[in-house]
Design a protein around this ligand. Structure first.
Ligand SMILES: NC(=O)c1ccc[n+]([C@@H]2O[C@H](COP(=O)([O-])OP(=O)(O)OC[C@H]3O[C@@H](n4cnc5c(N)ncnc54)[C@H](OP(=O)(O)O)[C@@H]3O)[C@@H](O)[C@H]2O)c1
Length: 321
């Protein structure tokens, strides 16, 4: 990037509203090269929460680039409705609908086994499913629901799909986090948000921070085995059912400045398909550029905290005692 566009990009990023809104996307897009039309031909992609919003837009773009796309959904009826829409947008693509509630560890185990019994290779795994509950809720397995959806389910699914991800030789795993995580440190001392007054927006942001830490930990874990790159990213602010239902006042205030779902999904698709950035494992991305993981000193975690958190995830999903 040239000096002036880079400066504008950084100013937009640090001042938040210009960078996260549609304005940032339109400003930066002028510097980007289009992805080659067939860059995912012959590849298999899994997108969780693909019946709606950014997940559905991601599924469409991955299919347009040639991938066979699995819509991993908790509600098959919604998944089939999304498949019908997607088939109209990308008529020659193959979409599968796979039922899996990613917040349920038993479901994740069953899905990973079923998928690998039918398919050898997974090239792209997008952890997109997301929730922002108004009150503290636990899954039937006893995990707080944002932790289960954003962290524990994705951690277990990544682990179980490693053989299929390795087989392709150039796989990408993408955690769809949120810029909201900048305000929160890693709460490794209370991952289940069992203490203090529970607020849905805080639980959301805490677990979005955990996704960034988890993606970094995965990238480090896989350093010795090239062929799988792991990324975290944030999409900016996009008009999706998730935003209009969970944050109606914010959606009204931002109105036309919100990105459309395709714009919000752009960096996910780029990380899945691009050769250069897509292979650079372990970074936190927004609008096709690596971004800082912290702006505030108080949110920085230590190596010991990261290790404690990863141990916690391994134990809670049943990988270690
Ligand atoms: N839109 C934004 O501006 C924005 C900003 C920052 C980050 N994000 C992130 O982007 C991702 C997508 O959000 P969105 O805005 O597109 O929201 P959305 O339209 O509400 O989509 C969320 C999707 O996740 C699915 N989901 C939730 N829990 C699930 C579970 N346990 N198992 C399987 N699927 C589940 C939902 O399925 P149902 O339809 O069945 O509920 C839905 O398809 C989220 O991770 C969110 O945190 C979005």
């Amino acid at each position: 990037m040239n000096f002036l566009p880079k400066l504008l990009d950084t100013v937009a990023d640090r001042t938040v509203v210009p960078g996260y809104s549609k304005l940032g996307f339109l400003l930066r897009r002028r510097q980007w090269q289009p992805l080659p039309a067939d860059s995912l031909r012959g590849k298999r992609a899994l997108v969780t929460g693909a019946n709606s919003g950014l997940g559905k837009a991601t599924a469409a773009r991955l299919a347009e680039l040639g991938a066979t796309v699995h819509l991993v959904v908790r509600n098959v009826e919604k998944g089939e409705a999304a498949r019908a829409d997607l088939a109209r947008r990308v008529p020659d693509a193959t979409f599968h609908v796979d039922r899996c509630d990613v917040s349920c560890l038993a479901d994740v185990r069953e899905f990973a086994q079923r998928l690998q019994a039918e398919h050898d290779t997974v090239d792209v795994l997008v952890h997109n499913a997301g929730v922002l509950p108004p009150h503290r809720q636990e899954t039937p397995e006893g995990n707080e629901v944002t932790l289960a959806t954003h962290v524990l389910g994705p951690h277990l699914l990544t682990t179980l799909l490693l053989p299929a991800l390795r087989r392709g030789g150039d796989a990408r795993v993408v955690f769809v986090s949120s810029g909201g995580m900048y305000a929160r440190p890693l709460h490794d001392e209370d991952p289940q948000y069992a203490r203090g007054e529970y607020q849905g927006a805080a639980a959301y942001a805490r677990t979005k921070r955990m996704q960034v830490v988890l993606a970094g930990s995965w990238a480090r874990r896989l350093t010795g085995s090239p062929g799988i790159a792991v990324h975290a990213m944030h999409p900016g602010w996009a008009a999706t059912p998730g935003v209009t239902d969970s944050l109606p006042r914010f959606a009204r205030l931002m109105g036309p400045l919100l990105r459309d779902p395709d714009q919000g999904a752009d960096t996910v698709v780029w990380l899945a398909a691009a050769t250069e950035g897509g292979r650079r494992s372990g970074s936190f991305w927004h609008d096709r550029a690596p971004r800082p993981e912290h702006y505030l000193g108080r949110t920085r975690e230590s190596e010991q905290q990261r290790e404690r958190f990863l141990d916690y995830c391994d134990r809670t999903v049943g990988l270690t005692q």
